[in-house]
Design a binder for this molecule. Structure first.
Ligand SMILES: Cc1cc2nc3c(=O)[nH]c(=O)nc-3n(C[C@H](O)[C@H](O)[C@H](O)COP(=O)(O)OP(=O)(O)OC[C@H]3O[C@@H](n4cnc5c(N)ncnc54)[C@H](O)[C@@H]3O)c2cc1C
Length: 385
């Protein structure tokens, strides 16, 4: 690749693929760099998409499982809260296939795919950056106007560009099992357990294609692999998972510090987990990946059009942080409740109004990552009017 690129996107997860695809479709010269050979390998996520995402975005529906309308919250000592919606609330993505599809869309639009290539750093130049990568063990240099860091929770791009970095994490691990006998289908089961999932939940979620059994909790407070084995033993009989075969093990870090403040500079920006764009309460990050990546593609395209890196200052995490304040407080409350008695009592209380309404809001809330309108877009609208 001898010609300079417009944007090098580091990371072929949901955030990077959306951003690269959108830019390539506008005719920009884009490369997608990932250390994996296939974006469908070593997937980290369960892939549960919320209603707002599959209704409002162009998520490819053919990679989504059957809709789920029910949630059941289980306390550690047997208390339960059952919630049902009159709408389709969740759909589980078949993520390896979805990632491959998005990559195909990006390359069909002209993006260059660079697998087995690791980002190692970059250096400022008069025309943007020289980006250092290692491809199949060989060091290479790419020249690019901008760098988009979509390289996950422990972003190397963030450190390299001197941007903010995540510092609070959950760690999650799950098994994806071949379809079971149907008992785990149609309902998202969430288990509160201070030992198996300290500060978060364990879950069983399934559709006709596969069943996901997982645990996540605050990093450093438990051993996720041991907790997952114990949780699987505990729920196997109840959900008909005895003898089920594991198709995949997934897992990784989930940043829960809320979106970071400084997520751009005049050489590039951060999206997805790299930007901390994950709900600290639900630990959901897929909706944010799509919305923030769309916004990133728009501001990058405008900065390219004007050849003005200072425009990226508009991509400012501080403008989103207000939406994270209540979620950050709720995360603090959740992580401070550890005893089985208190967790069980919390589930029983949540079954009573008005806490039931709050529980419905958390699980079926219509909130999502805020949509962004940049000053240059508002000015464009005003000029048209
Ligand atoms: C167990 C688990 C379950 C989850 N379940 C859900 C869920 O059901 N619903 C939901 O909304 N959210 C969920 N989340 C959160 C959600 O998965 C993430 O927010 C989202 O997938 C982040 O996508 P991303 O593209 O930012 O990062 P990633 O998907 O992590 O992609 C980063 C990419 O960058 C590449 N990379 C990293 N460093 C380099 C480097 N130096 N050079 C080259 N490439 C590099 C990696 O190989 C990877 O492909 C879950 C998270 C976990 C861990």
């Amino acid at each position: 690749m001898s010609d300079a690129l417009d944007v090098v996107v580091i990371g072929a997860g949901l955030a990077g693929l959306y951003c690269a695809r959108d830019l390539a479709r506008q005719g920009h010269r884009v490369a997608i760099v990932d250390r994996k050979s296939d974006p469908g390998d070593k997937v980290q996520t369960t892939g549960i998409f919320v209603r707002k995402t599959f209704v409002e975005t162009d998520l490819p529906h053919r990679f989504l499982g059957n809709p789920l309308r029910r949630v059941r919250l289980h306390g550690p000592r047997g208390s339960e809260l059952a919630l049902e919606s009159d709408k389709d609330e969740f759909r589980i993505g078949r993520m390896p296939a979805m990632y491959r599809h998005l990559l195909r869309q990006a390359t069909d639009a002209g993006a260059v795919w660079m697998p087995r290539t690791t980002f190692e750093g970059s250096q400022q130049t008069s025309a943007g950056s020289t980006v250092f990568v290692r491809e199949d063990g060989v060091r290479r240099e790419l020249r690019a106007r901008f760098v988009a860091g979509a390289d996950g929770a422990r972003s190397r791009v963030a450190r390299d560009l001197g941007l903010d970095v995540n510092d609070r994490f959950l760690v999650g691990v799950e098994d994806v099992l071949a379809p079971c006998d149907g008992r785990a289908i149609d309902t998202l089961h969430c288990f509160l357990d201070g030992e198996l999932a300290p500060g978060y939940i364990a879950w069983v979620a399934g559709d006709a294609h596969e069943t996901h059994v997982g645990v996540a909790g605050e990093a450093g407070r438990f051993d996720p692999n041991v907790a997952l084995e114990r949780f699987r033993e505990r729920v196997a009989h109840r959900f008909g998972l005895d003898g089920s075969t594991r198709a995949e093990r997934r897992g990784g870090l989930i940043p829960v510090n809320g979106i970071l403040k400084r997520i751009s500079c005049d050489r590039g920006l951060l999206i997805g987990d790299a930007a901390g764009a994950v709900s600290p309460l639900t630990a959901g990050g897929l909706d944010a990946c799509i919305r923030l990546s769309g916004a990133a593609a728009r501001v990058l395209a405008e900065a390219l059009r004007r050849n003005d890196g200072s425009l990226l200052a508009e991509f400012d995490g501080a403008r989103f942080r207000a939406r994270f304040v209540s979620r950050l407080w709720m995360r603090r409350v959740i992580s401070s409740v550890t005893s089985a008695f208190a967790l069980d009592a919390a589930v029983s209380l949540a079954a009573l109004p008005p806490l039931r309404a709050l529980a419905r809001h958390v699980f079926f809330g219509r909130g999502s990552f805020p949509d962004v309108r940049f000053a240059f877009e508002r000015a464009g609208r005003a000029a048209e009017a």
